[in-house]
Every structure is written in structure tokens, then in C-alpha cells.
Design a protein. Structure first.
Length: 312
């Protein structure tokens, strides 16, 4: 059984393959020209997808067609070339061309996960009894499409990661026009003068949940893709605007945490971690693109089910 549906794996692989440099099947430096044949990139890619989904060690998913050493060598090669980031940019450009990114409202939020591999991105996680953890700062548009990811040690606060996260998002969407008026939605952890000064210097509006630091925003009563889901009406329920519009970013975090390699990170190399983070983001965004265009760009080869779940 494949780790992800073929309707999702095939389009991602086609774009991924286009980014790979051409390599000969046999090593041309071999004196007799009969060196062992190079393992096909598609086979290695599918094994790395298995590692991403299941989160297990490379030895456990190694087969006769691809050894764990081959997976590690190819992972190091692709990660050093930035293939994961390039794939993510292609998916973003395709989504904006077909559906359209909603960049007038963007959301920035952090998520801490386990990181037991050590290295530069491992730190004492304050929400996990000081165990090793990683803090990934993610920015999405109002519908939850992942624009950029900035990983840091688990003991890093979210607020200092705001500037590099926004800069990375602008770089990832270099060919996409951003609107003039942009509102950044944040949680209470970003409530500081440094945050408001940073956004004011960029000329961006801001809305910090649970505080009065939203003087440049006005209540929006029209239902939009970023509005909070319906809440039960009870005497103790909070007003609707207190919930904010950050739930789509938190949902994207939950979708990424469905991948075992991101829930419990064992790699110590930062470039390898970035590769897996952006590969997962490309899968999440592609899945959203398929769901959004199921009725408008239907093809007979597409999956017939009405819902393509984010549980792979």
C-alpha cells in the first residue's frame, strides 16, 4: 500500500524529477565502464516519502531495490541542492496561477515538536519538560496555504522568528504580486513592541489575538475562508472575534504533524530537516490544490472520492 495516494504522489514526483540534474546511469569514471548501476531516483524518492510519512529509521524501510545508505546519500545530495525549497516554490506558483493565493491576510504561528537527533536545531523544549525539541515558524495565507517555514531550536521564542519568517515568505513568492494592504494575524506570544515596530516599518497592519494591539483592523462580519468555524452559543462562550482568524494556520500545522518524520525528528543535519519540512509543505499544498480544483479542473484520471484527506 503506498504511503500517499497516487493522485498526490504523481504530480509531486513530476515536478520533483524536473528539478533533478541529469546523471548517467553508470559511473563514467569507472575504468571498465561496468560499475554498479545507479539506483533510479523514483525508487529513492518513494522510499524517502515512506520515511517522511511513517517517521521510522531508514534501515526499517530499506528494501532490496534501495538500501538505507543509498537513501542517506541521495537525501544529502538533494537537500544540499535545495530541491525541497524549489519544489515548494513551484507548488506555490501553481496554486496562485490556478486558484489564487489570498495574501491580503497572512498568519504566522509556531509549533514545537520533538527533536531527539541533536544538532543546531535542537533545544530544550519548554512545553515538553525540557526535552529536545524543534520550533518551526510557519506563515500561511488566510486559507492555510503554507508560504514559508523557518525552523529553530525548541527554546527559541516565536517573536524573534517573525522577521526571518516574513522575509522567507517574500522570497518564496518572489514572482507573485502582493497586495498593498496586508494584515498579519498573530497570537498573544507576539505581543511586544518589537513586533509592532517591525510591522509598522513594513507598513503592514496587524491583529494580535487576545489584546488591544489591533488598531488598524476593523471587525469583519462577512464569512470568508479565514473566519473561525462556528462555535456553540452558550452563556460562557467568548465573543466571536476573540477566536481570531488563525485557525487555518493551526490546521496546517496539524496536517504537517500527520507526517511521522516531523512529529519526532531524528536527523541532526539542518539541511536534511529543511528538506523534509518543505517536502511535507509541498504535499500539503498540493493536496489542497487538488481539493480546490476537483470540480473546476476535473480529469478522468483523478481520484473519484469527494474528499482527499490530510491524514497521510
Amino acid at each position: 500500500m503506498p504511503a500517499v495516494p497516487s493522485s498526490l504522489l504523481e504530480p509531486v514526483w513530476v515536478q520533483f524529477q524536473a528539478l533533478l540534474p541529469p546523471r548517467p546511469r553508470y559511473d563514467p569514471s569507472h575504468p571498465l565502464g561496468c560499475h554498479r548501476r545507479r539506483i533510479d531516483d523514483r525508487i529513492v524518492f518513494e522510499h524517502l516519502i515512506d520515511a517522511l510519512v511513517y517517521g521510522c529509521g531508514y534501515e526499517r524501510i530499506a528494501t532490496a531495490a534501495c538500501s538505507d545508505a543509498t537513501m542517506r546519500r541521495r537525501l544529502a545530495e538533494w537537500a544540499a541542492a535545495g530541491i525541497g525549497q524549489q519544489l515548494h516554490r513551484i507548488v506555490l506558483a501553481g496554486y496562485d496561477r490556478i486558484v489564487g493565493l489570498v495574501l491580503s491576510d497572512i498568519i504566522v504561528d509556531g509549533c514545537r515538536t520533538k527533536h531527539i537527533g541533536g544538532g543546531l536545531l535542537a533545544g530544550r523544549n519548554p512545553v515538553d519538560r525540557g526535552k529536545g525539541g524543534l520550533n518551526r515558524s510557519v506563515v500561511t495565507d488566510i486559507t492555510g496555504i503554507i508560504l514559508a517555514i523557518v525552523p529553530a531550536a525548541g527554546n527559541r521564542h516565536d517573536s524573534p522568528l517573525l522577521a526571518p519568517t516574513l522575509d522567507t515568505a517574500r522570497a518564496a513568492t518572489a514572482g507573485i504580486d502582493w497586495p498593498t494592504h496586508i494584515t498579519v494575524h498573530l497570537d498573544a506570544g507576539y505581543n511586544s513592541t518589537t513586533t509592532t515596530t517591525l510591522l509598522a516599518e513594513r507598513g503592514w497592519h496587524y491583529d494580535i489575538a487576545g489584546t488591544d494591539r489591533n488598531p488598524t483592523t476593523t471587525p469583519n462580519t462577512d464569512p470568508t475562508p479565514g473566519d473561525p468555524p462556528p462555535t456553540p452559543v452558550t452563556p460562557t462562550a467568548k465573543p466571536r472575534h476573540h477566536y481570531g482568524r488563525r485557525w487555518t494556520c493551526e490546521r496546517s500545522h496539524a496536517w504537517m504533524n500527520n507526517y511521522g518524520k516531523l512529529r519526532r525528528i531524528t536527523d541532526h543535519n539542518p539541511t536534511h530537516i529543511l528538506f523534509y519540512l518543505y517536502l511535507a509543505a509541498a504535499l500539503v499544498n498540493t493536496r489542497s490544490l487538488i481539493r480546490e480544483t476537483r470540480d473546476t479542473h476535473h480529469m478522468t484520471t483523478h481520484q473519484n472520492t469527494r474528499r482527499l484527506k490530510h491524514t497521510y
